[in-house]
Design a protein around this ligand. Structure first.
Ligand code: ADP
Ligand code: DAR
Length: 361
């Protein structure tokens, strides 16, 4: 006999509190609120995927954090198949990607049309960063891994990173044992991931922190790999200035190399597999930190250009952060159903349009 309905709120402690159908506050906008219908809940509330990850765990972040946009983190590649009646709806709503659609990757940086910007325009761009998320085949994802598996994944990623040569050659720094001042400086300088994200906390991604986490980077910090944050790898290329082509070329070369020594979780329908459904496909976010004081003062116009070019406007200290000093993080919004080249092109074209408008103003 199913229990009485359960009210979703931050007071939920663990998935064991989900003793009945989760009911969200009036006005909740998350996709898990919309698509975890009583019928879907009835079908899966006591089910687990092939790795033993429960449906309840996959939706718990959205039940606890009712301000989530999505509210779902998958515990393994199989979660997308076993819980398809929910996942397919989330994926189609967010990405416009239907169950019968396929995904084709293309990281050939030479296909990008990104002529160097005139100096006055390049001067508006403080820095450029492009990242892809990847997870190792044969392991659960962040919410589902054990401590032993996570430590094993870290070792495999470190071994792979130690095969980098030339400008990609670098050193791995485990988070465990890193002094606080170094860690805080790396975060402040935009190189290292933040700690304690409540959305990741709720889905179990932060368990055993800081064990099994760390950062690999080259001497110039233009090439970095985050290990076991939200995904098992975040492969990152970044540098000061506006040379989007150079940043993409470095990322493509690095990702291609690492894939020769590590097998990533992937399928023809969803592309590269990630714990959050929003990152499926390319798991690529290409961004610039750019000064747009005049355009950003016209919120509707700023957002209209972003919508037209499928880019997102964000703050400069990572997700859920605010802009500072008129500097914004502008990045591609799309992830799945288009290639990496097309998404970096989205960002380039969107930023170019914003710069043109800023100059007119
Ligand atoms: P992700 O897309 O990898 O989740 P976040 O938005 O969480 O990235 O940001 C992670 C870190 O990367 C933050 O410190 C953020 O300031 C930094 N960052 C993101 N884009 C840029 C950029 N274009 N230039 C410099 N730092 C950036
Ligand atoms: N808090 C989650 C995050 C969604 C996208 N961001 C990621 N994956 N870092 C939400 O559902 O809003």
């Amino acid at each position: 006999m199913a229990g009485a309905d359960v009210k979703c709120s931050s007071s939920l402690k663990t998935i064991d509190d989900l003793t009945g159908y989760p009911v969200f506050p009036e006005g909740t906008k998350s996709l898990v609120c919309r698509f975890n219908t009583r019928e879907v809940w009835g079908q899966f509330h006591d089910k687990k995927d092939a790795y033993g990850v429960s449906y309840k765990l996959c939706i718990f972040s959205g039940c606890k954090n009712v301000d989530s946009g999505i509210g779902v983190y998958c515990g393994s590649h199989d979660s997308y198949k076993t819980f398809a009646p929910l996942m397919d709806k989330v994926i189609e709503d967010y990405h416009g990607h239907k169950p019968e659609d396929s995904h084709v990757s293309d990281m050939d940086a030479s296909k990008l049309t990104c002529p160097p910007l005139p100096q006055d325009e390049a001067d508006m761009i403080i820095s450029t960063r492009i990242r892809v998320g990847r997870n190792l085949e044969g392991y659960p994802l962040g919410p589902g891994v054990s401590k032993e598996q996570r430590d094993d994944i870290m070792q495999k990623v470190v071994d792979a990173c130690n095969t980098f040569t030339g400008d990609l050659k670098g050193t791995f720094y485990p988070l465990e044992g890193m002094d606080k001042a170094t860690q805080d400086q790396l975060i402040a300088d935009h190189f290292l991931f933040k700690e304690g994200d409540r959305f990741l906390e709720a889905c179990g991604c932060n368990r055993d922190w800081p064990s099994g986490r760390g950062i690999f980077h080259n001497a110039d910090k233009t090439f970095l790999v985050w290990v076991n944050e939200e995904d098992q790898l975040r492969i990152i290329s970044m540098q000061k200035g506006a040379d989007i082509g150079a940043v993409f070329e470095r990322l493509s070369r690095a990702a291609a190399h690492i894939e020769t020594v590590a097998k990533f979780s992937h399928d023809d329908h969803l592309g590269y597999i990630t714990s959050c459904p929003t990152n499926l496909g390319t798991a690529l976010r290409a961004s610039v930190h750019i000064k747009l004081p005049k355009l950003s003062a016209r919120k509707d116009e700023f957002q209209a250009i972003a919508d037209k070019y499928y880019v997102q406007i964000r703050g400069i200290h990572g997700e859920h952060s605010e802009s500072e000093g008129g500097v914004y993080d502008i990045s591609n919004r799309r992830r799945l159903g288009r290639s990496e080249v097309q998404l970096v092109q989205d960002m380039y074209d969107g930023v170019k349009a914003m710069i043109t408008r800023e100059k007119e103003l």
